[in-house]
Write a protein that binds this ligand. Sequence first.
Ligand SMILES: Cc1cc2nc3c(=O)[nH]c(=O)nc-3n(C[C@H](O)[C@H](O)[C@H](O)COP(=O)(O)OP(=O)(O)OC[C@H]3O[C@@H](n4cnc5c(N)ncnc54)[C@H](O)[C@@H]3O)c2cc1C
Length: 743
Amino acid sequence: MAAHDPAAGESLRTLPGDDVRQILWRFADRFDLQMVVQSTRAVARGPVARLVASGGRNSHDWTPGKNELLRAYDESGITAVFMDPEQGGFIEGPKNLALALVAFELAWVDAGAATGALAGNLALSPIHERGTKAQADHYMALAAPAKPGEDRKPWRGAFCLTEPLPYVGVDTGMLSGKATIAEWEEGKEPVLQIEKRGRFITNMGFANFVTAAVDSADPRLKGSCIVILEEGDPGTFDRGTPTRKMVHQLSSTSDPIFSLRVPASRIVGGYEVKDGVIVPRWDHGEIIEAVFKRTRVGVAVMTAAKLLSAVEPVIRYQRGRFRGAEQTKPGSLRHELGLQQREDALHRLTDVWATGEAAASLAFAAARLYDEVDPLERRKSELLAQAGVGGGRAEFAYLKKVNERAIEYLSLSRLPQGERDEARLLELANDELVRFALVDSEAGVLCPAAKLWCTGHGATVMREAVSLVGGYGITEDCPGFLGHKWMDAQLEATYEGPEAVQRRNLSVTMAQPLFLEQLRTWAGELRRIAAARPGTGACTLATAFRLWLWTFDHLTTAKDANGEKLYVGPRQGVTFRLADALCWLLASRAQILDLLELARRGPESPLAGEGLPGLLEFLGDLCHVQAAAAAGEVGRICAELTYGYNRHPAWDSEARSVCYAAEDLEALEGIISGMAGCATDVIGEGGAHPDKAGPCASCQGLHDFAALRMKLDGCLTGAQLAKDRAAQALSKVMIPEALDYPA
Ligand SMILES: Cc1cc2nc3c(=O)[nH]c(=O)nc-3n(C[C@H](O)[C@H](O)[C@H](O)COP(=O)(O)OP(=O)(O)OC[C@H]3O[C@@H](n4cnc5c(N)ncnc54)[C@H](O)[C@@H]3O)c2cc1C
C-alpha cells in the first residue's frame, strides 16, 4: 500500500469523463466534434466490441461480420468525417483533430477497427493533399456515404506504396512499380500501362480504387508519381491473398497485383507536357510526405487510447482479485482492495496511466497543430504566389528569410517587457508567414515524435498493463482486450513508417535553428509554469530541456575519440537516441500544458462542483511522475552520448594528465558544489589512484553538463511522493460496476 502523504489534499473521485477530456484536448467548444465522439463510441463499444468478443479477430479473411462494420462506419458518420460539407461531409475546416478523436474512440476497443475505418482516408489523402480539384471532387463524392434516398454504395480505397521484398519498405525510393506509356495519340489523353505489386495493403479485400506509387519506365514519362487505379480498369486488378497477420484483424490486408491501363489524367496532381515528355506535377515522395505527416498522428492516438483504456479493467481486476474466497471477508482490506493493497501493483498502474495521459496529450497536440497548419499552408502558397516566388530554390531562399524573422520573434518574445522593441514584436506576431513558419517547424517535430513515442514506447508500456492482470492478460477473455491491444500496438509502431523512419525525420527537423529556438523558449516557459504550479514536474522538465539542448550543441561540434564527427546522418547511434530523448520531453510538456488548460477552464465548467481540485491534484501528480521518468531517460541518454564517445584510457602518463588532482578538485568544489562527486578518477598525493581499470573521463570541458545533470537529479525532489499520492488515489477512485463494452 502506498505510504500516506499527509500533504495530500482532496483526492480523485471518479475516472475522468468526457467533460474533462473535452477541456484537456480542447474541444469543449466544438459541438460537432463532441457529436463525432459520441457516434463513434456507439460503434466502437457496440458492433466492434461485439465482433471482437465473439471471436471476429480469429480469421485472416474479410468476413461478412467485418464487412458489416463498413456500413456502421458510414451510418454513424465516421466515413464522412474526412470530407468537406460540399463533398458529403459535415465538418467545416480542417479535420485533423476530428479524425484523431475517431481513431481514439475506435482504438479504445480495437485499433484494427480504427485502421479499417481510417484506411480509406489514407487512400484519399494523396488526392486530398495534392490532387487536382477535379480529382478531389470526383473521388471524394464517390467515397462519401450515400445520402438519404440515394441508391449507391460508397467507393472504398486502398493506398499502395509498400512492395514485395526486396523493394519499397522503409526506403520508399526503391520502387519496382512501373508506369509506361501504352498509347499517346496526337491531341488525345495518353494512356499509361501500370505494373504494380503491393505488400500488406490495407482495405485491399474490398477496395474499388487504389492510389499507387510507381516509377517511370519510359523516357516519355519523367520520374515517379502516384496514380489512381480503379477496379474496372482494363487489365488485372488482383486483390491477392489475405496477409496472415496476428494483429488488427478487423482490417483487411493483402498483397495485390495490378496490371492495368489507365488514362494519364489519373496521375495525382496532374501533369504537363514538356518537349514531348509527360512531367507529373508531384513525384511520389512529395505526395507521401504531405500525406503521412497528417495520417501518422492518428496512429499515435490509437496506442494512446489503448493505454488509457487499460486503466479501468486493471483497477477492476486488482480490486476483485480475492473476492469470494473463504479467507476474504467483505469489509477486510483484502476484499476491498485486493491486489491494490500492494504498492508495486499501484505504482505500475500509475506509470501506465501517466504514460497514457502523456501519449494522448502529445498526439492530440499534434492533431490540433495540423488544424492550424492546414489553412496557414494554403495562405503561405497564396502569399508566395503574390510575391512572385516560384518553387524550388527561390522558395527555399524566401522561406529561409521567413525563418530568420520567426527566430527574431521568439528571441524578442523571451525578453522582459520594457527591454524589447514592442512595435517590432507586434509586427512579427502579425506576420502570417512567421506564424506559418512557427507551426510548421513545430509540426515537423511533433508528428514524428508522437508516432514514434506513443506507439513504440506505448507498446512497451502496454505490455506492463497486460502483466498487471496476470495470466488473464494474455487470453482472449481479458476484459478490455488488453492482450490484443498489446500486440496491435506493435503494428502501430510499424505501419506508416516504423520507428527508424520517425527517428530519421526527427533527426533532421529537430536540428533546425527555428525549432531549437522554440525549445529554448519552451524551457523558459516551463520554468515560469513551475513557479506558478510547483509539483507538476515542470521544473524537472525545464532542466531536462536544458540538458538536452546542451547535449545537442555539444554533439554537433564535438568529435569522438577517433576524431569523427558525432551529429551526422549515418551516426544513428547519436541522432536517433537524441530524437528518442526529445520525444520524452515533448510528451511530458504536452501533458503539463493540458493540465494547465484544465486548471484554467475547469472552474467555469460543470466540473467545478464535481471534485475538480482532487482531479487536478491527481493529474498533476501524474504529470510529475511522467516528468521524472522523462528526466531519467533524458539524463541517461545525454550522459551516455556526452561521455560515451571518449576513449576509456589506461593509467598512462597521458591519461593521468586529464585526471583531476585531489587538491584541485577540493578547490573547485568550493566554486561548483558537487564537482568532487562528478570526477570519478582522481590522482591523489604521490600519484595514487583508485583501484580500477583506468581513469574514466574527467569532467574537463563538460563542467556545465555535469552541473546540469546534477541539478536534474536534484529536480527529482518530490517525484516519488507524487507517485505515492497518485497510487493512493488509484486505490480509492470509484469505477463503474462493469465495463461498458463486452469482453
Ligand atoms: C498490417 C499491415 C498493414 C499495412 N498497410 C499498408 C498499406 O495500406 N499501404 C502500404 O503501402 N503499406 C502498408 N503496410 C506496410 C508498412 O508500412 C511497412 O511494413 C513498413 O513501412 C515497414 O516496411 P518493411 O516491412 O519493408 O520494413 P523494412 O523496410 O524491411 O524495415 C525493417 C526494419 O529495419 C530497420 N530499418 C530499415 N531501414 C532503416 C534505416 N534506413 N535506418 C535504420 N533502420 C532501418 C527498421 O527498424 C525497420 O523497422 C502495412 C503493413 C502491415 C504489417
